[in-house]
Design a protein around this ligand. Structure first.
Ligand SMILES: C[S@@+](CC[C@H](N)C(=O)[O-])C[C@H]1O[C@@H](n2cnc3c(N)ncnc32)[C@H](O)[C@@H]1O
Length: 279
């Protein structure tokens, strides 16, 4: 099986050709069926058609998951319940229903502004799955707020509500460019590419660190701008993405190449051997 690449095509077909149980971690951010403007995919399908398709790709993703494998699925309010019911029916076990609070939702006039997405975290076997708490610990309130000497000095595991606020991530949110008008990754952020629903790298960084180790295979059936693959590559994981759109797949390849250029540029320059002049 080809890895460390993005395959242009339909994920149901590509996953169908993969070996059963060959993937350590799946991250899936499928179209939410809410009318996003993708270049080739129609994001306003009839409900029955969307759910029929959802059932097929979920089954294909679960089939390739290793016995110790984990799956994270990002989805909106409209269809989160339907996805949960189907993942349960496929025999996976839910570990968390994570709420990602992103604080820059579209402004609404006749209801509250939406500022979250759901991330369903499932494992195939609750007695045997990859989970590395030390890779994602955060300081506890006992440490940061209450100066409590009983605080565990190594911090605690993050809560299941994830907030990505400007002041918490200078890598993703520059203090002078935190405009809030574009959902999820704002147009002014340095990591913004051109895809309508690009995930922030910080979200994938946490998921990949906690649920996989170096060398594991991370699969994203809906690669989009390639966030999952880019973070997996930076963290030393193997990766494979599938993307329907030729244009987006080209963008992913360029994004992955840029990581090589950036890494080459930061490699320390080896001191040149001085030639000793012969007398
Ligand atoms: C929500 S976006 C993913 C965004 C991605 N997480 C990121 O950070 O950029 C969903 C993507 O799935 C792609 N897509 C839709 N149907 C597909 C299919 N059957 N197979 C593979 N990709 C598909 C769309 O073209 C779109 O780019």
């Amino acid at each position: 099986m080809r890895t460390n690449d993005v395959i242009e095509g339909d994920c149901i077909q590509v996953l169908g050709a993969m070996r059963e149980g060959s993937v350590d971690l799946v991250f899936a951010d499928p179209p939410f069926n809410i009318g996003y403007q993708y270049d080739v995919y129609d994001d306003r399908r009839a409900k029955a058609d969307y759910l029929n398709w959802t059932e097929k790709w979920l089954a294909a993703a679960v089939r390739v998951l290793a016995p110790h494998g984990s799956m994270f699925l990002a989805i909106g309010d409209e269809f989160v319940a339907e996805h949960k019911v189907r993942l349960d029916a496929l025999g996976l076990t839910m570990r968390n229903w994570i709420v990602w609070h992103y604080t820059f939702g579209v402004n609404c006039s006749k209801k509250f502004n939406r500022s979250h997405a759901h991330i369903l975290y499932y494992v195939r076997d609750p007695k045997n799955y990859r989970f590395f708490p030390d890779a994602v610990r955060v300081p506890s309130a006992r440490m940061t707020t209450y100066a409590d000497r009983r605080a565990n000095p190594v911090g605690k595991l993050p809560d299941d509500t994830w907030m990505l606020r400007p002041q918490e991530s200078d890598k993703h949110f520059q203090p002078d460019s935190d405009t809030w008008h574009v959902p999820r990754v704002c147009g002014t952020f340095s990591e913004r590419l051109g895809h309508p629903c690009q995930m922030p790298e910080a979200v994938l960084d946490r998921i990949i660190r906690v649920a996989s180790e170096k060398g594991d295979l991370v699969l994203d059936p809906f690669a989009g701008s390639g966030t999952t693959l880019a973070v997996a590559k930076k963290l030393g994981r193997s990766y494979l993405g599938v993307e329907l759109s030729e244009q987006y797949a080209d963008g992913v390849r360029k994004r992955l190449q840029m990581i090589d250029f950036a890494e080459a540029a930061t490699e320390p320059v080896k001191p040149r051997k001085r030639s000793v002049a012969k007398r």
